[in-house]
Design a protein around this ligand. Structure first.
Ligand code: AMP
Length: 546
């Protein structure tokens, strides 16, 4: 018999939270998942990952939750704070409140099901505008009134976005795979994106490969970094497509019946930051899902990435800004056209379909060449740099679109800018497996005889190197700060980076984008490190072609 009560859900979550073994977590969840109907399973999976509703944000903050609990249980604010300090977690405090006080008698309440909770969440998400917070509070009071301590604890934690039972996305996906005996779950998730929709599909025993859905972003296909044209030629060993590497932001555009949504690489909806691109796409006569790069672009040339960033950071985009920083969307892939998924088609087929769309203006198809020899690749690479692009992306013409994978069907070739030799001036303790280690290094360059900070780097050193570095930093420190140490000029690092930006955050007036430590330059003295002047030169040079 199916037991889809919220009580059983809460008990299962408790059981999962009590074991530290990942395998056991997967087993408990898999056993539970296999007993649920598709709809209840979809909700259960979403709830575990802290998502209340696919109708939107339920818009319930801490204060509405507390008002609901106070109204129901007559608890004072200071009492709530005391419990919070005692337990250090809202969910457990709420459990205590619901367990220790006699429940207001409403007769024997009907047990709540997972689906009941889902319906209330959906209604909360749909209620917006003035007075909606009162409506939401009433909904919450209705839910809490029918719950015992354990259920109230997990309801609160779901609303808080964090279940604290160690059930990560990976564990939930593995449990789904185990429950429904399906090894493709992780790959399918990259296409479906929504754990609820995926769970329902599995539970319906639907074994057909999933297709991208409009307005649910698909994970982006990624490129393998290669060193030089010879390596690229060897990697593919045959003629391949080459496109310019655009230094902008990756965008997936979903266009359906005049409605447009744009998604970033992190799957965030960024439609509002690109009203000009959205307007062009909404005029399209066909439904489609496109992949490409949005680039600040004017008079036939790319403009610096910083200008695009400036535009992305604006809250309100005036017509003046849109005119001053025009953005073009260079489309290089087509994932769906009308009702047909093109993920399994070859890249050359996808390019042919793309051509028939006749994209032009500020939404245009990225141009591609066919290249094979190292010389051809090198020549095109130089041309791309001369025209102000970042390098090349090379793609196997017969490859399918593989979401979320850096499988080698796409390769990228870009020039690393010069490296900089910098002096370590401080360090902070890291998190997680780097807790207790001084892994985050702050470094500086010379401005006359003063060191001026230019960035922080977390990556590039091996675990052993970080350990040695921590010992060294501890030995030479001038003093401790609340989360690290300050050290005198002594250690020189060689750092690589993607570009240099102006910045008010660091004393030098510049910041490095994606700095990574290439090596510790034991062979160099602090006096030999680079200067702000050199940074300024590299900065000027990097955009001289744009
Ligand atoms: P990187 O950010 O250096 O790892 O390079 C990969 C990124 O290059 C992709 O995620 C895209 O955002 C970007 N990119 C620029 N031009 C292209 C292109 N023609 N094809 C694919 N990706 C591109």
């Amino acid at each position: 018999m199916k037991d889809e009560s919220f009580e059983r859900f809460a008990l299962t979550l408790d059981q999962v939270g009590q074991t530290s073994s990942k395998l056991e977590k997967v087993r408990f969840l898999a056993e539970y998942f296999s007993t649920l109907s598709p709809a209840a399973l979809a909700s259960a999976c979403r709830f575990i990952l802290g998502k209340e509703s696919d109708k939107g944000d339920v818009g319930v903050g801490w204060s509405t939750t507390m008002r609901a609990i106070r109204e129901l249980r007559g608890i004072r604010g200071d009492e709530m704070r005391r419990l919070y300090l005692e337990f250090g977690d809202v969910g457990s405090s709420v459990e205590k409140i619901f367990s220790s006080k006699i429940q207001i008698q409403l007769g024997k309440p009907e047990p709540l099901t997972i689906t009941d909770v889902q319906q209330v969440f959906d209604k909360m998400a749909e209620s917006t505008g003035p007075g909606s917070s009162e409506v939401k509070k009433k909904f919450l009071v209705g839910l809490y009134a029918r719950m015992d301590g354990k259920q109230a604890k997990y309801l609160t934690r779901i609303l808080n976005g964090e279940l604290r039972i160690g059930a990560t996305e990976g564990i939930v996906l593995d449990a789904l795979g185990k429950a429904f005996n399906n090894e493709e779950v992780r790959n399918w998730y990259l296409i479906v994106g929504d754990v609820g929709a995926l769970a329902a599909k599995l539970s319906r025993r639907d074994t057909s490969p999933p297709e991208p859905d409009y307005f649910r972003p698909v994970a982006f296909m990624l490129a393998l970094p290669l060193q030089d044209s010879a390596e690229v030629a060897k990697h593919f060993g045959k003629p391949v497509f080459a496109e310019y590497k655009y230094d902008g932001v990756r965008l997936q555009a979903h266009v359906k019946d005049g409605q447009v949504h744009l998604y970033s690489r992190r799957m965030e909806d960024v439609t509002r930051s690109m009203p000009d691109v959205t307007a062009s796409l909404s005029a399209a006569k066909v439904n489609m899902i496109l992949d490409g790069e949005a680039l600040a672009f004017d008079e036939g040339k790319p403009i610096s990435f910083m200008m695009l960033q400036r535009r992305l950071h604006r809250k309100n985009l005036s017509q003046d800004v849109l005119r001053a920083i025009p953005v073009h969307y260079f489309v290089f892939d087509l994932l769906k056209l009308g009702d047909s998924s093109l993920l399994g088609s070859s890249l050359s087929q996808r390019k042919n379909r793309m051509k028939s769309l006749n994209l032009e203006g500020n939404v245009r198809m990225a141009y591609h060449w066919t290249v094979a020899s190292p010389e051809e690749i090198e020549k095109l690479f130089r041309r791309s740099r001369d025209e102000g692009y970042e390098g090349l992306v090379l793609k196997d013409p017969i490859s399918a679109y593989t979401p979320g994978r850096r499988g080698g069907s796409w390769a990228k070739l870009k020039e690393e800018l010069d490296t900089l030799d910098v002096v370590v001036v401080g360090a902070e303790y890291g998190n997680g497996k780097r807790a207790g280690l001084l892994s985050d290094l702050t470094f500086a360059v010379w401005d006359d005889d003063e060191l001026k900070t230019i960035g922080k780097a977390y990556s590039g050193l091996t675990d052993d190197e970080i350990k040695n570095m921590t010992e060294l930093l501890q030995r030479i420190k001038i003093r401790e700060t609340w989360n690290g140490v300050i050290v005198p000029p002594s250690i020189v690092l060689e750092v690589a980076f993607d570009s240099i930006q102006k910045s008010t955050r660091h004393e030098s007036g510049f910041a490095l984008r994606f700095p990574r430590i290439k090596r510790v330059r034991d062979d160099k003295k602090p006096e030999d490190a680079d200067t702000v002047e050199r940074v300024r030169q590299i900065f000027g040079h990097q955009f001289s072609n744009r």
